[in-house]
Design a protein around this ligand. Sequence first.
Ligand SMILES: NC(=O)c1ccc[n+]([C@@H]2O[C@H](COP(=O)([O-])OP(=O)(O)OC[C@H]3O[C@@H](n4cnc5c(N)ncnc54)[C@H](OP(=O)(O)O)[C@@H]3O)[C@@H](O)[C@H]2O)c1
Length: 252
Amino acid sequence: MQIDLANTNALVTGASRGIGAAIARAMGRAGARVAVHYRNQHAEAAALVVEVGHGAEAFQADLSDAEACAALWKAVSGRFGRIHTLVNNAAIALSCALESDIAGWVEGWDATMAVNLRAPGILSKLAIAHFLEHGGGRIINITSRAAFRGDQPPYLAYAASKAGLVALTRSVARGFGKGGVLAFNVAPGFTRTDMARDFIGRFGEDYATGDLALTRLTEPDDIAPIVAFLASGLADHATGCTIDVNAGSYVH
Ligand SMILES: NC(=O)c1ccc[n+]([C@@H]2O[C@H](COP(=O)([O-])OP(=O)(O)OC[C@H]3O[C@@H](n4cnc5c(N)ncnc54)[C@H](OP(=O)(O)O)[C@@H]3O)[C@@H](O)[C@H]2O)c1
């Protein structure tokens, strides 16, 4: 069996670092042409484009802005033509203390939902129309263990946004499978990235590793091959599924 993404085009959001960068590398290694999306980290995205090769290009967009989401899709499809795979990976994990006043707490809630749920929703809406017109495609949403087991009190919005993403995926899989649109969730546990550093700084390394069945923290490269596999079409009958990648924390 070979994971072959030759002659396919993919948009990976939040690909400038962390899990998204590893996904872009893995998909590029499998032969895909990758649109490397980023928000601020232009230099990192530009370097990754060179590393990924296969005609990869960098695209900037602040996904907290609904119009920027639509403009991103338009820019990538305008440049690449047909897109075969959308990977909704970009997200933020804002700490919103319960002690904050309502205005501050709602600000964090809304900011989280805009990037983590509304942006994947807009990109999925546009991708579905594109895929239906072009003979199909795949959406892979990077959700989180937090969607299923919840999260610490400052991250209520984060966990809720990731649970919403799971329902979005399942609805896409359910509603558009007969049109050739497949949708999958990949749900990491703690993974060594900038985002996890914030959690670990707050709750400690023991919190991150204490509930794992394995000895080491998950790395971005432990997630990326699964996304490439789902994008390859070898797992289409798993549409609507969630693949947990959390170092066995549910069985520990
Ligand atoms: N790390 C973990 O422990 C963990 C656990 C479970 C799930 N996840 C999920 O895995 C995915 C990747 O997480 P990560 O740990 O790799 O995160 P990360 O290292 O913090 O990287 C976040 C990425 O998202 C982009 N981004 C953030 N805000 C954005 C915005 N407003 N508009 C556009 N792009 C934005 C960043 O772009 P810039 O670099 O340009 O700022 C960056 O590329 C996320 O969906 C996350 O929820 C992570």
